[in-house]
Design a protein around this ligand. Structure first.
Ligand SMILES: [Zn+2]
Length: 486
């Protein structure tokens, strides 16, 4: 018999991957749980969330997840709006952007939905991006992932999480390669995702309902999928990764086009935020900055005045990368004055001053911005980061602490608070917030170590010691439970 912990992990895996119905070798005498988890009966919501978090952790080691506060605010906002209008509005979701020029989007376990920057920059309308997200949301609510993954071996859950990551990202990172090697050593390997034709049609039709309820254009779905297909056919490029996991056929496009015709026709203008984030991602995507500058310059000659201003913003971001700071500051200053209700322009102007090393100007702009947009998560984070750079640790500490009175901490906020406290000489608090950062990014053991360090340095502070002690025992209990589960 295998070690009991191995057995538990195998059973949990089997409940995840129900087709693993015939383990062999020394495992054949294991009583298998009822199979057919695609209905969601065997995986508790907590187990599913944990698998999702592990999947996200694995992704972080395989891909660059965009931590830009404005980009994450945007993708969460559009994703959560769609999720709230899906067939399962209570299902938890997390949306994030992967910095990768390949055209791809994917849904992992636990409602983790990733979309590549390349897909966002390729979308001509916001409804096109929304249609991909709505399609992925439907794969999650219909539990298609659990129906489609195939494995023929006893794989540990971290291996499954790593391999899922590699497959969905379409990459072969060293980490994913290693996971695949381990699986290969364990026997023959068949592990792939193939959404069926039925899965795809269901995701299209449910996604279209979601789009319509969320005030996005259902017609964008067939037209975007068609564009994806044509981009590979005519431009001679490789097949977009998205089409490998979500096969698009002519008949599928025809079917979804026919379905979309049942929705009444109207105009669906893009939000300003979408245009801004798309320009920002294009400016950040690397490659030749001269090419990016040419792209934005071409846009200056077409479209509406607002679209031209977004192109000016994109060009200014490219100029910042090219160290043309003065030109960028001039453009961004004009835009910030012209659009006083747009936080993105003011933020970019402040960031341009940071790039030029003019922290005081930047801090002044952030004071203005936070008065105008109080409680903005992106501005709070950028302002705190700038305060830390400028050596104003106490101001950063206060800004973040005030923000946390009414908002939840993100990993980046905990990390900045740790920095601020450390600079202020409060070592115990520094370790305590660092522990929360590690915990939130799924690294429980380093979190426990930070709490132990915090406990050592907080000896003389009774109140703080008690708090640290309590948190430490919570995390230790959780770690014990996790070890027993394996
Ligand atoms: Zn699909």
């Amino acid at each position: 018999m295998p070690h009991p912990n191995r057995l538990r992990s195998l059973l949990l895996l089997l409940s995840l991957l129900p087709w693993l119905a015939a383990p062999y070798g020394h495992c054949t005498d294991i009583q298998l749980p009822d199979i057919g988890d695609s209905t969601g009966t065997l995986l508790t919501p907590i187990q599913e969330r944990e698998l999702g978090e592990m999947f996200l952790r694995q992704l972080r080691s395989q891909a660059t997840i965009d931590n830009d506060p404005e980009t994450s605010d945007y993708i969460q906002a559009i994703g959560q709006k769609l999720a709230a209008n899906s067939d399962k509005p209570d299902q938890p979701f997390n949306f994030f952007v992967v910095m990768d020029p390949n055209i791809n989007a994917f849904a992992g376990p636990g409602g983790q939905i990733g979309v590549n920057s390349g897909l966002i920059t390729m979308a001509d309308q916001e409804s096109e991006l929304a249609s991909v997200l709505a399609h992925e949301i439907a794969h999650v609510t219909q539990r298609h992932l659990y129906q489609s993954v195939e494995a023929s071996q006893r794989l540990s859950i971290p291996t499954v999480a790593a391999m899922l990551g590699a497959i969905l990202l379409g990459t072969q990172s060293p980490q994913a390669g290693q996971a695949a090697l381990i699986a290969l050593q364990a026997g023959s390997l068949q592990f792939q995702i193939n959404f069926t034709r039925d899965n795809e049609q269901e995701a299209d039709s449910m996604g279209m309902q979601t789009l319509s309820r969320s005030e996005f254009d259902p017609r964008a779905m067939p037209s975007f999928f068609e564009k994806l297909q044509q981009s590979s056919r005519y431009a001679g490029r490789d097949v977009p990764e998205f089409l490998r996991t979500h096969p698009v056929t002519v008949s599928r496009i025809a079917e979804s086009r026919a379905r979309s015709e049942s929705f009444s026709y109207k105009q669906y203008p893009d939000t300003f935020a979408f245009q801004i984030i798309r320009a920002k991602l294009r400016a950040q995507m690397g490659g030749d900055p001269n090419e990016a500058a040419q792209y934005f310059k071409a846009l200056l000659k077409q479209g509406t005045e607002q679209q031209q201003d977004v192109a000016r913003y994109g060009l200014a971001l490219v100029q910042l990368n090219q160290s043309k700071t003065a030109e960028a500051i001039e453009t961004l200053g004009k835009l910030a004055r012209k659009y006083p209700n747009q936080s993105h322009f003011l933020n970019a102007l402040a960031q341009a001053h940071v790039t030029a090393g003019r922290y005081n100007e930047a801090l002044g702009l952030y004071d203005q911005a936070l008065t105008r947009f109080p409680g903005s998560r992106a501005l709070t984070m950028e302002a705190s980061q700038t305060q830390l750079l400028a050596g104003k640790a106490e101001r950063a500490r206060k800004l973040l602490t005030d923000y946390l009175r009414h908002n939840q901490a993100t990993p980046q906020i905990n990390q900045m608070l740790a920095q601020a406290y450390t600079k202020l000489g409060s070592e115990a608090e520094g370790h305590r917030f660092m522990a929360e950062y590690y915990y939130q990014t799924g690294q429980t053991r380093p979190a426990i170590m930070q709490l132990k360090l915090a406990r050592q340095t907080a000896k003389n502070n009774f109140y703080l010691s008690t708090m640290i002690e309590q948190r430490l025992s919570e995390l230790l209990a959780e770690e014990r439970a996790r070890r027993e589960e394996r």
